[in-house]
Design a binder for this molecule. Structure first.
Ligand SMILES: Nc1ncnc2c1ncn2[C@@H]1O[C@H](COP(=O)(O)OP(=O)(O)O)[C@@H](O)[C@H]1O
Ligand SMILES: [Mg+2]
Length: 269
């Protein structure tokens, strides 16, 4: 498979997003400036409610920012596009289609020739160790297997950019580590640009070239740091743990602001 190695840089400039609900305004994002070079693996890290999904959805083109601009591969983002594949936490698979058909779906929409589709689906089934499951239906698969299918389906489209919103959040620890390793292997082979949302500090350190920590309401960038630990990373290493401690303090501050906010809201209601 040839990853489209055209420029897959992402530029987020002066992006804010305000939600107005029930007479209240929530500033989900405020003045976000973020340039992600082609091929970088970035984790957006922060507790629930700090705008991670909002930022990812804006980059995906699902939900435009209130102000500011986003460029993907040099083009303004105005809608979802095949250059940006999205993987969600919940397995967005078609329950009535087999594993192979789920993976082929996007290619059929693109009217790729049948033989080419079959070849690509076969390759992806192999890449994600799904060959034995090609004729199964999603309901017969474990959570980890379903998420493999969801990843294969996005890879089928060969998008140079992958946007992932807590894709392993619902998985048990071992399955999660397994899929993290698969993802790193795929990323280093295919040279994709990845923005991966997580609230797990350890997951961010294990995966990312760079970690962007966000603040809770308004969502801003609190810390933007490069992770220069050699791969394959060892979560038991002292350097890993030192970084974990540092990030833990940053995230905890935001978590506390979140908790305080919820108490305040509860008092008003
Ligand atoms: N569609 C929406 N309408 C109103 N408020 C929203 C909407 N989506 C998100 N929010 C609010 O914006 C903030 C950021 O949400 P979100 O991006 O989902 O955070 P995260 O993904 O970091 O948990 C939260 O306070 C959330 O309540
Ligand atoms: Mg979210």
């Amino acid at each position: 498979m040839n990853a489209a190695k055209t420029d897959s840089q992402i530029v987020v400039a002066g992006v804010s997003k305000v939600f107005a609900t029930g007479g209240r305004e929530v500033v989900a994002l405020k003045d976000i400036e973020l340039t992600v070079p082609a091929g970088q693996f970035v984790c957006l890290l922060g507790p629930s409610g700090c705008g991670k999904s909002t930022l990812l959805n804006a980059i995906a083109g699902f939900s435009p920012p209130t102000s500011g601009t986003i460029l993907a591969g040099g083009q303004p983002v105005v809608e979802p596009g095949p250059d940006r594949g999205m993987v969600f936490q919940e397995y967005a698979l078609f329950p009535w289609m087999t594993v192979a058909d789920n993976i082929a779906f996007g290619l059929e929409i693109k009217r790729m020739p049948k033989a080419q589709i079959a070849e690509r689906v076969d390759a992806l089934l192999r890449t994600l160790s799904l060959s034995d499951f090609r004729n199964r239906y999603p309901k017969d698969l474990s959570g980890g297997m379903r998420q493999r299918v969801a990843i294969a389906r996005v890879l089928a489209l060969d998008s140079p950019i992958m946007l992932m919103d807590e894709p392993f959040g619902a998985l048990d620890a071992l399955t999660r580590r397994n899929l993290q390793d698969e993802l790193l292997r795929i990323w280093s082979e295919l040279k994709k640009t990845i923005i991966f949302v997580t609230h797990s500090i350890e997951e961010a350190i294990y995966l990312a070239d760079r970690i962007v920590v966000m603040t809770y309401r308004p969502g801003t960038i609190k810390r933007d740091l490069l992770v220069d630990l050699p791969r394959q990373r060892d979560p038991a290493a002292p350097e890993f743990n030192a970084l974990k401690r540092e990030l833990g303090l940053l995230v905890m501050e935001e978590q506390q602001r979140h908790a305080a906010d919820e108490l305040k809201l509860a008092a008003v209601d």
